[in-house]
Design a protein around this ligand. Structure first.
Ligand code: TPP
Ligand code: MG
Length: 601
């Protein structure tokens, strides 16, 4: 329940004042409070027996709406369908805003972005089709432990026939691999109890998406009175850090690799202090990241592990709150070949040694681990002068240059030119990132000393960024820069609709390399691997090269009523970015950046 540990809750009145959620001091994010956590423990806490206005027992749908209002959600996300109408209708009795979307992939992505800022969010999906449409973004939310509550409508429980009825289907097994709780509520189910339980699970350590399929009879009929206790999570146990502290103390070339979990669980300040005080470089676990575990502009931040040049030579490694290891295509070669000690810490036991094996692992809250590790290092003897000198050399190692020649060189040169004007994006609001090959270059260009407002997804299922940006803007009440590959934009086109419909302060920055630079790179690598046996010798780039394929992206963005400027290499890119940022308070706008096509012909 970390969000609640870190953030003060908001009001619980059924009818809430409008406005944005308060900012949480420690994390810079708002919070969806828990009515439960503010009540004294004990029985008889369920105030949901009858509707106060009518004196009648509440239906399941009314229970859902009172849950939403009592927990202080200001926005919910949903796309209607017959069985959801009861909830949508009842929402009129509250000040909760239903955020409109035109595809469930956007419903989920927008709620996901909201949940990452506010600490919780609710997305409502229509039966089998809506759930299936949302699945790829449920996967993204799952990869990043996003505290997202998914409510899906379902056919009458007395008429459940397994695909017999219109839009009916077993949605629980469909989503099960991607959620921490999945359950169908049939006739007579204690709707409020399940909602409270689902919220607690979604905000646990580790948290993540949860899913309730609510049958029409559970929605329409009187819900049972609920008088359960509602718990508050206490602080996590203090982890055993002694072995890691001992190894780090003696290391000449130490390395800490942080995942987004460290940020979420409040460990960033401790990691930054460890890095500074003990001369330890820190890298991100991958270029595609959910959150920055250390500020990108921190003196000891060395960007993505792959670009840092440190992985091959480190002697002691701590993977903190990260996977093991996030890769687009798992490589055969081992990681950390020269390390005598590699440790992995993750709050989720299933992520320990998920792909590779290490020397020491611990299923611990990575925020608490960072805090305890700092205390242990400070309590022990200071590193010797020899070790300090070795670490100074290690820290002074220059980051290897980006590829300079050939197709890859041209691609990275284009990215570097186009991300440079965004160096201070995190000082101008949130950055929701769905650039694909450009992500590592973008992170390296960021100069912010405070990395809280960066957000991406480790899931890498494209079509997330446009929707997530709307959720972030709504939850934070702050402007958003949404960086996208031109391919990601095409996947997430429907998300522009919500940004425009709600007139949100978002600048979309599109890295245009005419299609899928990453898959073109894979095709070139494939040809290189086959060597002279490759037939033909030239890449085809089928459905990857969009120089002449399909409609122009500027026209597509403008079709949503969003002003969009296409920039050429001769334009002043920084001036264009500053101008777009200045105008986003009027509503969303977009810039297309001239990355260029990397192949010679
Ligand atoms: C939903 C989904 N479908 C397909 C892919 C496979 N894929 C990975 S990268 C990529 C192309 C991304 O293009 P763009 O956003 O323009 O970024 P670039 O590769 O040009 O940097 C594709 C199609 C994916 N990640 N997600
Ligand atoms: Mg592209």
């Amino acid at each position: 329940m970390r969000w609640q540990r870190q953030c003060a809750g908001v009001g619980v009145a059924l009818v809430l004042p409008t406005g944005m959620l308060p900012a949480c001091r420690r994390t810079g994010v708002g919070s969806i409070g828990s009515g439960a956590s503010r009540r004294p423990a004990g029985k008889d806490q369920g105030a949901n027996m009858t509707d106060q206005a009518t004196g009648k027992p509440r239906s399941g749908a009314e229970e859902i709406v009172s849950f939403i209002a009592e927990h202080g959600y200001r926005h919910v996300f949903g796309l209607p369908g017959s069985q959801l109408v009861s909830i949508f209708h009842t929402l009129q009795n509250t000040d909760v805003t239903l955020v409109p979307t035109v595809h469930e992939s956007v419903t989920v992505a927008a709620a996901d972005g909201y949940a990452r800022v506010a600490g919780s969010a609710i997305a409502m999906l229509y039966m089998l089709p809506g759930t299936a449409n949302g699945l790829a973004n449920i996967y993204n939310a799952a990869r990043d432990d996003s505290p997202l509550i998914l409510l899906a409508s379902q056919q009458l429980s007395t008429a459940r026939t397994n695909l017999g009825a219109y839009c009916e289907g077993d949605t629980v097994p469909l989503v099960k691999p991607f959620v921490r709780l999945a359950h169908e509520l049939g006739k007579g189910a204690d709707v409020r109890s399940w909602l409270e339980h689902a919220k607690r699970v979604s905000q646990g350590t580790p948290g993540g998406p949860v899913f309730l399929s609510v049958c029409e009879d559970a929605m329409m009929e009187p819900a049972p009175v609920n008088t359960e206790r509602r718990s508050t999570h206490g602080a996590p146990a203090v982890p055993d850090v002694a072995a890691v502290a001992e190894q780090l103390r003696m290391a000449e070339r130490p390395l800490i690799v942080v995942g987004g979990q460290v940020r979420r669980l409040g460990g960033t300040a401790a990691v930054e202090a460890i890095a500074e005080r003990f001369d330890i470089p820190v890298t991100f676990e991958a270029p595609l990241l959910d959150a920055l575990g250390i500020a990108p502009g921190h003196s000891h931040c060395r960007g993505s592990i792959y670009m840092s040049g440190l992985e091959q030579d480190a002697d002691v490694v701590l993977l903190l709150g990260s996977r093991a290891i996030t890769e687009a295509s798992p490589r055969p070669a081992p990681y950390f070949p020269k390390a005598r000690f590699v440790a992995q810490v993750n709050a989720d036991p299933s992520r320990l040694e998920a792909i590779r094996r290490f020397d020491w692992v611990s299923a611990s809250d990575s925020g608490a681990f960072a805090t305890a590790l700092l205390a242990a290092l400070e309590a022990g003897p200071a590193p010797s002068a020899e070790i300090r000198a070795a670490r100074a050399d290690w820290l002074a190692r220059p980051t290897p240059p980006l590829p300079r020649s050939g197709s890859l060189g041209r691609l990275f040169a284009g990215f570097a030119r186009c991300v440079a004007p965004l160096h201070d994006a995190l000082d101008h609001g949130w950055l929701v990132d769905e650039t694909v090959m450009a992500a590592g270059v973008l992170q390296s260009a960021l100069t912010a000393k405070d990395g809280r407002r960066y957000m991406g997804t480790n899931g890498a299922s494209l079509g997330w960024g446009t929707g997530a940006a709307s959720g972030v803007a709504l939850a934070s009440g702050e402007p958003v820069t949404c960086t996208l590959g031109d391919g990601s934009l095409r996947f997430g086109m429907a998300g522009l609709w919500t940004a425009r419909a709600m007139n949100l302060p978002i600048t979309f920055i599109i890295m245009d390399n005419y299609g899928y630079g990453s898959t073109r790179n894979y095709e070139r690598q494939y040809i290189a691997k086959l060597g002279p046996d490759a037939r033909p010798q030239k890449p085809g780039y089928f459905n990857m090269d969009m120089r002449t394929l399909g409609p122009d992206i500027q026209g597509m963005v403008e079709g949503f009523g969003i002003p969009c400027r296409r920039l050429s290499p001769e334009d002043d890119l920084r001036a264009a970015v500053l101008d777009a940022w200045a105008r986003r308070s009027d509503g969303p706008n977009a810039l297309i950046m001239p990355v260029g096509f990397e192949d010679e012909d």
